[in-house]
Structure formats: C-alpha cells, structure tokens
Design a protein around this ligand. Structure first.
Ligand SMILES: Cc1cc2nc3c(=O)[nH]c(=O)nc-3n(C[C@H](O)[C@H](O)[C@H](O)COP(=O)(O)OP(=O)(O)OC[C@H]3O[C@@H](n4cnc5c(N)ncnc54)[C@H](O)[C@@H]3O)c2cc1C
Length: 383
C-alpha cells in the first residue's frame, strides 16, 4: 500500500490552501453575517480550475481524479464551508449529471461554461414533501408534442438562483411503473425559461454565503431533447450522483474538522488559566488527541472511498461510510473546539462559532446520517 499523494495532488492541496488562507478566510465571517454569495471568490475559484476538476479536457475540465477533487474541497472547507459548498455542489450536482448522463450535444452545450465557472447549475431533487424519500416527488413532466411540460416545486436547491445560475437538472415523475411507484426522469431546465422561477432562501443557520433556492415550475415547457439520458432512468441517475456527491460532503466534513482542530490547538496553547496553557490540562489535551485521531481515521476512510471510485470499483457503501463518519467527526471536532475556546467560542469574532453552525448541514444534506446508516446496513446485508 502507498499512502503518499502524487506530486500533482500535493501541489493542488498547497495551492488551494494558499488561496483559501489568503482570499477566503479574511472575508468568510463577513460573508456569513451578510448572508452573501460571493461572485468574486467564485471567479477566483474558477480561475484556479476548481470547477470541472474531474471532467475531461475536451469539455473544458481539468481531467484530474476524484481524490484530487476531494482534496480541493477539503482545503476549501478547512477555511470556510460556504465556499466549499459552492464548489462541491457545482461539481457533484451541477456538472456531474450532465457529464455522466448527458448526450454529446448536451455536454458540448453546457459543460464548457460550467467547467469555466462562468455559469453555475443546480440539481433539484428535494421537494417540500419529498426529502429523504426523494423518489416520492410530486413534480411531474408530461410530453406534449415536441415539448415536456413541467409542473411542481423543489426546495433547498444549491447554486440555483445566483446571478450566474444557468439552470437546473430536475427530477420529475414521468408516469407510474407497474408497481404503482413513480417512473422518474431528469430534465435540463435553463434559467429564464417561461414558467420556471428560482428564488433565494434566506435565514439559514449555516452555509450562509452559499446560495440556496426554492424552485417553481408552472406549465414550464422545455424542448423534448432536454431530457437527460433515457426516460425512466432518473432514479438511477440520482443514486449515482449522490454516491459521488457524498464523497464531496465527506471532504467538507474532513476539511472542517481539520480547521476546527487547528484553531483549537492554537488557542489551547496560547490561552492561560491557573498560570498554565489550557492545553496542558489533561482533559483538554485528550480532546485534542481525540480530534487528531478521528481526523486521521476520517481521511483514510474518505481517500480509500475516492481511490475505489478512481479504480472504477463499487464504492457506494464506502461513500456512505465516509460521508457519515467525516460529518460526525466534524460535529465532535466543532463541539470540542468551541468548548476549548470557552465563552469566546460562542462569539462571532472566533471562527469556531461559524464552523459549529456550518457542520450541522453535513449530517442532513445529500442523505441524512440516518439514511447513510440505512444504505450501509442494506449493503452489509443487515436487512
Ligand atoms: C443548505 C441546504 C442545501 C441543500 N442542497 C440541496 C440540493 O442542491 N439539491 C437537493 O435536491 N436537495 C438539497 N438539499 C436538501 C437535503 O438533501 C434534504 O434536506 C435532505 O435530504 C433531508 O430531507 P428533508 O429535509 O426533507 O428531511 P426528511 O426527509 O423529512 O427527514 C426528517 C428526519 O427524518 C429522518 N428520516 C427520514 N426517513 C427516515 C427513515 N426511513 N429512517 C430513519 N429516519 C428517517 C431523517 O434522517 C431526518 O432526521 C439541501 C438542504 C439544505 C439545508
């Protein structure tokens, strides 16, 4: 076994870390407070090649492996979850479905702009009454001559209502199967299509500088050829997309935990009580030791899952494990980090306060922790 990163992966980590330290960390708190999506940071992240990392060069991507993608997201999340979320959602949820399931015309039409980061694209599964059970969606599409007519709504959709949002991939019911369950298909819907509205959602506890939207479709007509892949394959496309997406959420947990740990270690060595640095009290040193150990476990689990994917091997169980473990490790790390900061950890001027809030989404988005445990339990044959 070889645990070393390649030269390219190490260079990528260093350049994303430098960028995040220089450009993101100084403004992250302010963007969080103002609940503002940053066009400027998105532009620089695009220049760094962070959109379309795993897409082949013929469509404008970087053609790097999935581990490189995870490393980039990890380094962004070490400084700020919102910027990491913009990149992770753009790649896994925006670019991924078009790249893996789109036909040649769709790929040529959409991917170059998405990979250049000029345009963002969302992925709409979740509905007000269909979250964990996304297959029970009420949004439906009916073929009328040469157009699909879409009606319904989606909620919590990342990257769908910024100034540079170009559209969304939407999962909708296209009928009922013989078992009475929804036949699901995915559609590409461009911003500005009559009958399609995307509205930003405000008042989030976390990821406040990441764009989240509600989508409405009212007799929204799109050309027949905007069906993604084959009719009836939407459920399969969703599951495959979420497998990859879970690796990037895992990377966000890992990077966020690393950020919490570094801030906590620094603070605990500087802060003195009873005439000694608080890190020298065993109760605190043990918290830091636990954080270091769990982060190491999380990194090994996540990188192994990415490696499996890069080898073309099945990785659904490992992706669910990595997403679940990394997000819960960040939860414990953020909790310890705030505890070690004492009262200061509850104040906005200390970044651990933001990390503590940002962590929670990781246990909910792209399949809650309960759903990950169901996926793992099924795959180990528990039921
Ligand atoms: C900031 C943000 C960004 C998001 N981005 C996107 C996006 O880009 N695209 C998109 O489609 N969605 C997105 N989501 C939605 C997210 O994926 C859902 O919130 C998530 O899947 C959970 O669905 P829900 O909120 O409806 O919760 P529910 O499904 O109602 O779950 C509520 C609780 O019940 C539990 N539960 C449900 N079913 C079971 C079960 N069978 N067994 C045990 N427990 C169960 C859940 O684990 C949870 O604890 C985003 C959400 C947020 C907050």
């Amino acid at each position: 076994m070889d645990f070393r990163l390649s030269m390219e992966q190490s260079i990528l980590r260093e350049s994303v870390r430098n960028f995040a330290e220089k450009e993101i960390r100084p403004v992250a708190r302010q963007l969080d407070e103002a609940e503002t999506f940053s066009r400027e940071l998105t532009k620089i992240m695009a220049e760094l090649g962070l959109f379309g990392i795993f897409v082949s060069q013929q469509y404008g991507g970087q053609e790097l492996d999935y581990l490189s993608y995870a490393i980039a997201v990890e380094e962004l999340a070490r400084a700020d979850a919102s910027q990491a979320a913009t990149v992770a959602a753009a790649n896994s949820l925006g670019i991924g479905p078009i790249y893996y399931f789109g036909d040649e015309r769709q790929k040529r039409k959409y991917l170059p702009k998405l990979c250049a980061g000029e345009v963002l694209w969302g992925f709409g599964l979740t509905e007000p009454d269909a979250g964990s059970d996304a297959g029970a969606c009420l949004t439906h599409a009916v073929l009328d001559g040469a157009t699909w007519v879409i009606n319904g709504s989606k909620i919590f959709i990342t990257n769908a209502s910024t100034d540079i949002s170009g559209g969304v991939t939407v999962m909708a019911s296209t009928g009922k199967g013989s078992d009475g369950r929804n036949e699901l298909s995915c559609f590409l819907i461009e911003s500005g299509t009559p009958g399609y509205t995307a509205r930003p959602m405000h008042g989030k506890m976390m990821w406040r500088a990441s764009n989240t939207s509600t989508l409405y479709f009212e007799d929204c007509r799109i050309p027949k050829e905007n069906l993604l892949g084959q009719q009836g394959k939407g459920f399969h496309q969703m599951l495959a997309t979420l497998d990859g997406g879970r690796l990037s959420i895992g990377a966000m947990g890992l990077g966020g935990a690393q950020g919490c740990y570094e801030m906590a270690l620094k603070y605990a060595k500087e802060r003195k009580q009873f005439g000694r640095p608080i890190a020298s009290f065993q109760a605190n040193a043990f918290k830091l030791a636990d954080m270091a150990m769990e982060i190491d476990c999380a990194r090994l689990l996540l990188y192994r899952a990415c490696w499996l994917r890069d080898q073309g091997q099945p990785f659904t169980k490992e992706a669910a494990m990595a997403k679940l473990f990394c997000s819960e490790v960040m939860g414990r790390a953020a909790n310890h980090a705030v505890q070690l900061h004492g009262g200061y950890g509850l104040m906005k001027e200390y970044d651990v306060e933001r990390f503590y809030r940002d962590q929670k989404l990781l246990e909910i988005g792209e399949g809650t922790s309960e759903i990950q445990r169901i996926v793992i339990a099924r795959l180990i044959g528990a039921f």
